[in-house]
Design a protein around this ligand. Structure first.
Ligand code: BGC
Length: 393
């Protein structure tokens, strides 16, 4: 009798355990960002075959980098970050980078620079002109009267050579020929993405040239720390370690001044939500930028161990810390996003549903003698590094 009772209990227990498992796996199926098993984790990364094609005679692909809980997918088309998967506060894998499911949409329409390495000169050059050693160079004016992010094709719409030496690293190289997009010098650029332990994505940039040129390489990943396509970023909280920023004219070219952030919507020295001041129409700089689209003058003095910025996703608890050797950080909050692109998993790139933290030299430096120089000469080695580190609160 006792034996029968015991085995009934065992059966009941097994049934309860089975039902609990079923419920949790159903829950995991309801949202692509709450899956917990490792196969679902993999499914947040687009299929590599959607990235395998030939563009201008060069093979494109998707490279998946892994270390611990973190996965990053990179394509060699534009050296773009396609996905960054990290755990949220409940341990659920969450993709915090905006991107597409395949290579084709990256090649179509105007460039949104999703995830791309932008160059040769990231950000704007006034009127698409600059002088170097007495010679004037003319660039494509692809952003009103100015040149933006390297011109019509730049580095974001070319196929880089790629090598994946191990599970956590991909090395991308690109030879930008003399006078390509109007820039002098054969420039060899090398970008290395490494996923380090403790959920860090490190980006190392290197370059050499055979003639004097100007160079400003950055990465243009659009982040949403609540998960790509999950809605507004206006409730994310942001700290930027900058006492000054570079105010701009109505075409977003710096005036040349370094202005104190004190008492303005640009003061992020203590954490503030993005939305609390992003529509401050009394502030002319906010009006010019249609919100935040400005370069901050970092207090970090090029020290990669000193924190440049910290952002927290209000729903996910995911925190992103930014470290860099660069002197500036362009903080852009998706003011030109308009829902016209279909992202991974059918999500839309709606207005202000992602932000960028582009570590870089200041915009228009080639025309601004008081800004740190962006000139690279033959025999010099260009080097910079940025780390995006993820954790939870
Ligand atoms: C610029 C924005 C521009 C965006 C394009 C940012 O780096 O500052 O003005 O619209 O790139 O994606």
């Amino acid at each position: 009798m006792n034996k029968i009772k015991n085995s009934n209990y065992i059966l009941l227990f097994a049934l309860l355990a089975f039902t609990a498992c079923q419920n949790s796996s159903n829950m995991n199926n309801t949202s692509d960002s709450t899956a917990t098993d490792s196969s679902a984790n993999t499914s947040l990364i687009p299929s590599a075959k959607n990235f395998q094609t030939t563009i201008n005679g060069k093979q494109t692909n998707l490279y998946v980098l892994k270390n611990g809980n973190m996965q990053v997918a990179v394509t060699n088309y534009g050296a773009r970050v396609v996905s960054i998967v990290v755990p949220d506060k409940n341990g659920n894998p969450t993709d915090v980078a905006v991107g597409y499911d395949g290579v084709q949409p990256y090649t179509q329409g105007g460039d949104t620079y999703f995830g791309a390495v932008v160059g040769r000169y990231g950000n704007r050059i006034a009127k698409g002109r600059f002088k170097l050693d007495g010679i004037e160079y003319m660039l494509a004016t692809n952003n009103g009267p100015n040149s933006l992010h390297g011109g019509n094709i730049g580095f974001s719409r070319v196929v880089w050579d790629a090598q994946q030496p191990n599970d956590s690293t991909v090395v991308l190289t690109y030879l930008s020929k003399n006078m390509e997009e109007g820039y002098p010098g054969n420039l060899t650029a090398k970008v290395t993405y490494t996923v380090l332990s403790n959920d860090k994505l490190k980006i190392d940039y290197e370059a050499t040239t055979d003639k004097p040129t100007v160079l400003n390489l950055t990465n243009h990943t659009y982040f949403n720390l609540n998960g790509q396509g999950s809605g507004t970023i206006l409730n994310h909280s942001v700290m930027i370690n900058a006492d000054k920023f570079t105010p701009v004219d109505s075409t977003l070219i710096p005036t040349g001044k370094l202005e104190s952030v004190k008492g303005s919507p640009f003061d992020f020295t203590t954490p503030q939500t993005i939305g609390s001041r992003a529509n401050d129409s009394a502030n002319q700089q906010i009006k010019f930028g249609h919100g935040y689209d400005h370069n901050f003058v970092l207090n970090t003095n090029g020290d990669i161990n000193s924190k440049a910025a910290e952002v927290t996703g209000d729903q996910s608890g995911i925190v992103m810390d930014v470290y860099t050797t660069q002197p500036g950080l362009q903080f852009y909050i998706g003011n030109f996003m308009d829902g016209s692109h279909t992202l991974k998993g059918g999500k839309k790139d709606d207005y202000r549903t992602a932000f960028c933290m582009e570590t870089q030299h200041y915009p228009d430096s080639p025309n601004q003698p008081n800004f740190p120089s962006t000139v690279l000469k033959p025999g010099q080695q260009y080097q910079s590094a940025t780390i995006y580190q993820f954790s939870v609160k």
